[in-house]
Design a binder for this molecule. Structure first.
Ligand SMILES: Cc1ncc(COP(=O)(O)O)c(C=O)c1O
Length: 381
């Protein structure tokens, strides 16, 4: 049997990882500023994370949600404290798409409505509703096509107001990434998020903060939507939540009250996943990783801004993007091949940085030097 190629791949086989580094099967070391797509939050194979999972594995790995799982309560408490949303309820699942799927569905159960507002360049996942709210025709199969999703320009308050006026009581929810990831690192303006809050309150719609990529401390705040100083009704999360162990979830504001069987899952919230997620929060707290994300993120942005040819350096904390001019479009590949540095990308010419929140200053400095060197080599060629 042949393997289905999920993505176009780099011809590299990684066999070992530690902190912000990975090694291939030939023993070559790479600096990882991509984090397997914003997943590695506390660093690869962090000893505390490994120990927590190992210890749990030797006790019990899985049992279904038909019994009490105290680790889930421990996780809910810790997550509530660290995110400042202590009065929210936690529902655990396995991925970002699944989290958004449940968020959109729950909003519809809550207000009995059907229409969803999403934004241009949004990415919310590959499952049916999540993909319908994703702004990419190539991902939407005919069966997922629906008139229930209204796409609006990002950060356009007037367009949002107009849509609420037009559809008023039909709008079930508004879903927005605090910082668009796949769309190319586009930061939602604070005033725009405030406007969403106001209009959702006015019209009885649910504000869903997709925090799958921009959440969990990556921006320097627990949820990047928090910069706006208003709360969302539901936050979805995954990626960094387990540092590579698959786990996702939504947290639900107290006025939304899901009933039994509206939400459900077999694997969600299993013992091993909870142990991994608790280890992540413990390390984030102990090592003050949100502070580190701000410090190293600011350093990277300042240094990138000094490199003339790179444009539009943007983002928050350790979620950074910049535009690469057409004549330097090989930069990402050259960083990987020549400098052994993984970065992320967004089409057409954006480099995305999504490293571990524990990235060290010396690694950030090394990256900046490598970028300068590769640019100067490309300019000479
Ligand atoms: C903002 C956002 N939402 C949802 C998802 C989907 O997450 P998953 O791939 O875990 O289903 C992603 C994945 O890249 C994402 O970036």
């Amino acid at each position: 049997m042949n393997l289905f190629d999920v993505y176009p791949i780099n011809n590299i086989t990684i066999t070992k990882a530690k902190g912000s580094y990975v090694w291939d099967d030939k023993g070559d070391q790479y600096l990882d500023l991509y984090g397997g797509h914003a997943v590695i939050s506390i660093g690869h194979t962090h000893p505390h994370w490994v120990k927590r999972i190992e210890e749990q594995l030797n006790k019990i790995a899985f049992y279904s949600n038909s019994i009490k799982i105290p680790l889930q309560e421990e996780l809910a408490n810790k997550l509530g404290k660290m995110s400042g949303k202590e009065d929210y309820q936690l529902f655990l699942c396995n991925s970002g798409a699944e989290a958004n799927e449940n968020a959109l569905k729950l909003a519809s159960f809550h207000n009995g409505r059907k229409k969803i507002i999403a934004f241009n360049k949004a990415f919310h996942g590959r499952t049916s509703l999540a993909v319908s709210a994703t702004d990419n025709k190539n991902y939407i199969a005919p069966v997922n096509e629906t008139e229930n999703v209204i796409f609006l320009p990002f950060n356009d308050e007037q367009a949002l107001e107009d849509a609420f006026k037009e559809y008023s009581n039909e709008i079930s929810s508004v879903i927005i990434e605090g910082i668009q990831g796949v769309g190319g690192i586009n930061v939602a303006e604070n005033s725009f998020l405030k406007k969403i809050r106001t209009l959702c309150d006015e019209y009885g719609a649910v504000y869903i903060a997709d925090s799958v990529q921009c959440g969990y401390g990556r921006s320097g705040k627990f949820f990047s939507h928090d910069f706006a100083g208003v709360n969302a009704d539901i936050y979805s999360m995954a990626k960094g939540m387990g540092n590579g162990f698959p786990i996702g979830g939504i947290i639900i504001a107290p006025h939304i009250k899901p009933k039994h069987f509206q939400l459900g899952t077999t694997f969600g919230g299993n013992h091993l996943a909870c142990a991994a997620a608790l280890a992540v929060l413990e390390v984030m707290e102990e090592e003050k990783l949100m502070g580190n994300a701000v410090m190293i993120g600011n350093y990277l942005k300042e240094e990138l801004e000094k490199i003339d040819v790179l444009q539009n350096v943007r983002g928050r904390g350790l979620m950074i993007g910049f535009d690469v001019p057409e004549e330097l479009k090989g930069l990402k590949k050259n960083l990987l091949i020549n400098q052994k540095i993984f970065t992320g990308e967004a089409k057409p010419n954006v480099i995305r940085l999504l490293p571990s929140l524990a990235l060290k200053k010396r690694d950030a400095e090394h990256f900046i030097e490598a970028v300068k060197e590769e640019i100067s080599l490309m300019q000479k060629a």
